[in-house]
Design a protein around this ligand. Structure first.
Ligand code: CA
Length: 229
């Protein structure tokens, strides 16, 4: 069971929630059920799911309120809204409110599964492909390109770049690089030099003349990958 299998099912109809949850579990997902707005909020805090299946009509509030709440805290969490209201305005409202997809009740369970798979595949892509400015890195293929130019990186240089990108603008110290990129935990004086040489080579490949600097040295601290300092 991977991280990508937790589904938060927000549904106040107990019978429907039970049958959906049973079906989702049989399909290999971990299913957490919430029946109210407040319950959903606390579950979202506790352990964020991979996807939310959101009923719009809830006893203590409206699904759109939850949608708003979810979008404020997590822009990338896929949300599929389900509603008994078949009105076009409800559906448009849901999508404009940040839902990724919607299903009008009653719907076929097979269709729900298909929609869930599409959303999870899409969020995998978002997770596995990252960008900083005009730099894009693709983790599965281990390709990195800048402004459409494929970077010719050694495996270590790619690891170094991917680690710096994963920090999302936070500074990496040499100690962090040593541990996460070189897997060396103990203090080794010679590592600082190795790291500096790799940083310098990576920078040469990353920034051709005329391109804005991306890989910055933070004097006395370490290195950071971001558009501006
Ligand atoms: Ca309902």
């Amino acid at each position: 069971m991977n991280m990508n299998s937790r589904i938060l099912l927000v549904e106040d109809d107990k019978n429907l929630a039970a049958s959906l949850s049973k079906g989702l579990v049989e399909a290999g997902y971990v299913c957490i059920v919430a029946g109210t707005v407040s319950e959903t909020k606390s579950l979202l805090y506790d352990e964020p799911p991979a996807l939310v299946l959101l009923d719009m009509g809830l006893p203590d509030g409206d699904g759109s309120e939850l949608l708003h709440f979810i979008r404020e805290t997590n822009a990338e969490l896929p949300v599929i809204i389900t509603t008994a209201r078949s009105g076009v305005s409800d559906r448009v409202g849901g999508l404009e409110g940040g839902a990724d997809d919607y299903l009008v009740k009653p719907y076929a369970f097979e269709e729900l599964l298909a929609r869930i798979r599409i959303q999870l595949r899409h969020s995998d892509r978002v997770r596995l492909q990252r960008a900083v400015g005009d730099l894009t890195i693709d983790l599965p293929s281990r390709n990195a390109s800048r402004a459409g130019r494929l970077l010719d990186l050694t495996p270590r240089e790619f690891d170094l770049l991917a680690y710096l990108v994963s920090l999302r603008g936070e500074v990496a110290t040499r100690q962090m690089l040593q541990e996460h990129v070189w897997n060396v935990r103990s203090a080794m004086a010679s590592m600082a030099n190795v790291i500096d040489v790799h940083i310098s080579r990576l920078r040469q490949k990353l920034e051709v003349p005329g391109e804005a600097p991306l890989l910055h040295t933070v004097r006395g601290v370490g290195f950071v990958l971001k558009e501006d300092v």
